[in-house]
Design a protein around this ligand. Structure first.
Ligand SMILES: Nc1ncnc2c1ncn2[C@@H]1O[C@H](COP(=O)(O)OP(=O)(O)OP(=O)(O)O)[C@@H](O)[C@H]1O
Length: 276
């Protein structure tokens, strides 16, 4: 699916969160977006998924004029373009398989979803996806009982339930320890390699971008300042992206051994569930 972004822009007040971003992704691949905090990475992904409206520009994906979609067409697009988040955005008290089934929300009514009524075939498919991701044995547990890495795999399973052409991942490993981060990145890579889906991930570490991506886009102050292969992402290029001086060290952007923050129920997801 060809993705063609032409000068897409999002302005908040007077700030240009994303400033005339243009790029073409002409075949399925894994793309990493890097840049320091506030560079516009999340806003860019959210515009692609239509969670955030663009202020200007044009985004053509597989022949669809994505920024012009409304109502049902916009929801259909969001089913084709699944998104996963740093904080997993699961419904914590709900069991794992029900969380995965919520991936069908855009394709089904809200009422059966809220009442947790699912077709046998859908349940089998959800368990099949969990099995593929190595967590089928967790299917009956509450989401909140799982480790962060397992929860992120449940979120990926929920995304796969939508059978999307594109998976957008907003800092998918930022809350995970290095081992779980690797499992999650391996999973995203496999989803591209085995299924041919495009994966676009905001990443906070250079080493992850180099290791897992076919292409890296670097953002600084809303603008795309780098677009190339991992091999082209030299320390000098990284310094330009992060706007760092001579004291720039790659270690600043390498996988940090931070404890995971506590998992909080996601209000945005719940609101979307209730609003649709
Ligand atoms: N809803 C909003 N209202 C106002 N300003 C916003 C909003 N969302 C983002 N911004 C601003 O837009 C800019 C880009 O934010 P964005 O979250 O896209 O950056 P980011 O690169 O993803 O940062 P981080 O890595 O910290 O998540 C920031 O200056 C941010 O404060």
């Amino acid at each position: 699916m060809r993705i063609e972004a032409d000068q897409i822009t999002r302005i908040f007040g007077t700030a240009r969160a994303v400033d005339a971003a243009s790029f073409v992704i002409d075949r399925p691949m894994v793309v990493g977006i890097i840049g320091s905090s506030g560079a516009g990475k999340s806003t860019l992904l959210r515009m692609i998924n239509r969670l955030t409206d663009a202020s200007a520009g044009r985004l053509m994906i597989g022949g669809r004029d994505v920024l012009a979609l409304n109502g049902r067409a916009r929801r259909a697009w969001q089913a084709d373009c699944a998104m996963i988040f740093q904080q997993f955005n699961l419904v914590p008290r709900l069991d794992v398989v029900s969380n995965v089934l919520h991936g069908l929300l855009n394709k089904r009514g809200v009422l059966p979803t809220l009442m947790n009524i699912w077709a046998r075939a859908d349940i089998d498919r959800a368990i099949g996806i969990l099995d593929r991701l190595g967590i089928a044995e967790q299917a009956c547990k509450r989401a909140e009982a799982l480790s962060g890495g397992q929860q992120q795999r449940v979120a990926i399973a929920r995304a796969l339930m939508q059978d999307p052409r594109i998976i957008l991942a907003d800092e998918p490993i930022a809350s995970l320890d290095p081992m779980n981060a690797q499992i999650v990145m391996d999973t995203l890579r496999r989803i591209h390699d085995e299924d041919g889906r495009t994966v676009i991930a905001n990443l906070h570490t250079l080493d992850t971008a180099r290791r897992y991506c076919d292409r890296v886009i670097g953002m600084r102050k809303g603008r795309i300042v780098f677009d190339g292969s991992p091999a082209q992402l030299t320390t000098g290029a990284a310094r330009d992206i992060y706007g760092a001086g001579a004291d720039f060290s790659e270690a600043m952007t390498s996988t940090a051994l931070e404890p995971s923050p506590p998992i909080t129920p996601d209000r945005a997801y719940a609101e979307r569930l209730m609003a649709d």
